[in-house]
Write a protein that binds this ligand. Structure first.
Ligand code: 5AD
Length: 344
């Protein structure tokens, strides 16, 4: 049986088969993979594209990930954090634009204690009861995750970054623990969050075999969301001279994940749009069904620089949603206003 058909039927492949599909240069196979991914996507979600308002609440981070522009050691990073009023203000701008999910994303910043966050979450959920709150705030204890969930948070994004322990140790300082990352993901899911993991494509030292391992992890973990974007170097990090990941490989991985997990919420990421003009649209055309426009206050957007040339204006900016709607319409899809929960 064709590998693509086998993937669609079983939701998983053997590691060597994943490697074959990832490395495949046969244009017909690649075309067929994308065609099946789009078919499956349309069966589940039609032409709908969900939007999430991304609020980057802090670029303070206690971690020192080698790839990331807001790592602790980057002294050139101009640090900021948003308070409750500023975050609420973003939601109040986003709601009338049509956003029904707010994603609070930030570095691992101790300022945001459980109490501070729970208060913010409860206030958002009280003022916007028809909205989902997604958190993307890194590793915390199980007790902390439970409190955030009890305060009303619906979803949590924590990219696993790489499922290979050796590779993990090449991307992160020794004091960051591979084991803890995966424990966090297990905890989030068992608490009841709609949980998202994910990876960077083309991160330094990553092999095709590593990506196959990521895919096997994703197939087994069965997340509700998967964030996949190309690695893009940042000039004030140890990886400044590394090359960026590929748009084509990222899109191929999106299609594979769509076939593995037909219902998954799959964003076409900012990194994909940043690396290549039209990258965001390419992601949608390969099976992605979510976009996350930037709803942060305009004066902090440049400061949340995870990598160089990160998009935050034009169709990437929440206030320019009309531009995004047009570009999504142009490729035959439509932006919808709904919470956009995962279909079971
Ligand atoms: N290039 C691409 N993605 C990056 N991230 C962090 N730094 C970079 C980079 N240089 C991603 C990580 C993180 C998410 C918030 O952003 O995967 O989990």
């Amino acid at each position: 049986m064709h590998l693509v058909d086998k993937l669609e039927k079983n939701g998983i492949l053997e590691k060597n088969e994943f490697i074959e599909l990832l490395a495949c240069e046969d244009a017909e196979t690649i075309r067929y993979l994308k065609e099946r991914a789009v078919k499956v996507r349309k069966e589940k979600y039609g032409e709908d594209v969900y939007i999430r308002g991304l609020i980057e609440i802090s670029n303070f981070c206690k971690n020192d990930c080698f790839y990331c522009g807001i790592r602790k050691s980057n002294e050139k990073c101009d640090r900021y954090r948003l308070n409750k009023d500023e975050i609420l203000h973003c939601c109040r701008i986003g709601y009338p634009l049509g956003f029904r999910t707010f994603v609070l994303q930030g570095g691992e910043d101790n300022h945001y204690s459980d109490n501070v966050l729970c208060d913010i979450i409860k206030t958002i959920k009280t003022e916007f009861p028809d909205c989902a709150v997604t958190l993307s705030l890194g590793e915390r204890t199980k007790e902390s995750y439970q409190k955030l969930f009890d305060a009303g948070a619906d979803r949590y994004l924590l990219r696993h970054e790489t499922a290979n322990e050796k590779h993990y140790s090449k991307l992160h300082p020794q004091k960051m623990s591979y084991k803890n990352r995966f424990e966090c993901l297990e905890n989030l899911k068992s608490i009841g969050f709609q949980t998202g993991c994910g990876l960077m494509v083309g991160s330094p030292y990553q092999t095709i075999e590593n990506i196959a391992e990521d895919l096997i992890y994703i197939a087994e973990f069965k997340p509700h969301m998967v964030g996949v974007g190309p690695f893009i170097p940042h000039s004030d990090t140890p990886f400044r001279n590394e090359s960026a990941g590929s748009v084509e490989l990222t899109c191929r991985i999106l299609s594979i994940i769509r076939l593995m997990l037909p219902n998954v919420l799959l964003p076409s990421t900012t990194a994909l749009g940043s690396l290549e003009e039209g990258g965001r649209e390419k992601g949608i055309l390969c099976g992605a069904n979510v976009v996350m426009p930037n709803l942060s206050p305009e004066n902090v957007r440049d400061k949340y620089a995870l990598y160089n040339n990160k998009l935050s204006s034009g169709a990437e900016a929440a206030e320019s949603l009309e531009l995004l709607k047009k570009s999504i319409n142009n490729i035959g899809y439509k932006i919808v206003t709904s919470r956009g929960d995962v279909k079971i």
